[in-house]
Write a protein that binds this ligand. Structure first.
Ligand code: SF4
Length: 187
């Protein structure tokens, strides 16, 4: 990575163990995708070559909760699916984080119906909310970077006891244009 070239061959670095642990932890978030709907497609796009989630060390999707420390809820959660989501969360080892991706996961979105959970944060602690329908990959990456910054500052969940979610929200990346937008046909 060029570090060897910048340092003398027999040089050495000193640091604190907690900094190294935090650096390793934030550079290797392993997501557990709970993708139930269209937001899941955007989640897949985040890992593709165009957006390259690997730049942030978070591209290693795990499909076993025991190997994951970042739960990404992408899409609506049906009442019938809720026990599965809760079990997955409980099976993930600490420290762990949760991202609620998109309007449906955070609020139920347009599905204001008895069959859809009106916000997964009613049942599991959510650390970062990513707004949008669907959010763009850049927004999801920003949400992951929020958690990375938190880990950098040693913001680990307190051991034992009740889990306190971070409750952060990614700001929308666009400003709404006046509607109806102007229509241009041809050149
Ligand atoms: S927020 Fe929009 S894009 Fe995401 S799952 Fe709901 S309807 Fe689909």
């Amino acid at each position: 990575m060029g570090l060897e070239a910048a340092l003398p061959v027999d040089g050495f670095l000193t640091t604190q163990l907690r900094h190294v642990i935090n650096w390793a932890r934030r550079s290797s978030l392993w997501p557990m995708p709970f993708a139930t709907a269209c937001c899941g497609i955007e989640l897949m796009a985040t890992a593709c070559s165009r957006y390259d989630l690997a730049r942030f060390g978070a591209e290693v999707m795990r499909f076993s909760p025991r190997q994951a420390d970042l739960l990404i809820v992408a899409g609506r959660v049906a009442i019938k699916t809720l026990p599965v989501l809760q079990r997955i969360y409980q099976q993930m080892p600490e420290p762990k984080w949760v991202i609620s991706m998109g309007a449906c996961a955070s609020t139920g979105g347009v599905f204001d119906t008895y069959a859809v959970v009106q916000g997964c944060d009613q049942f599991i602690p959510v650390d970062v909310y990513v707004p949008g329908c669907p959010p763009r990959p850049e927004q999801l990456i920003e949400g992951i970077m929020m958690i990375q910054r938190h880990i950098d500052q040693e913001g680990l969940p307190p051991p034992g006891g009740k889990r306190v979610p971070l409750g952060l929200a990614v700001a929308p990346t666009h400003s709404v244009r006046p509607q109806p937008a102007g229509l241009t046909v041809g050149i």
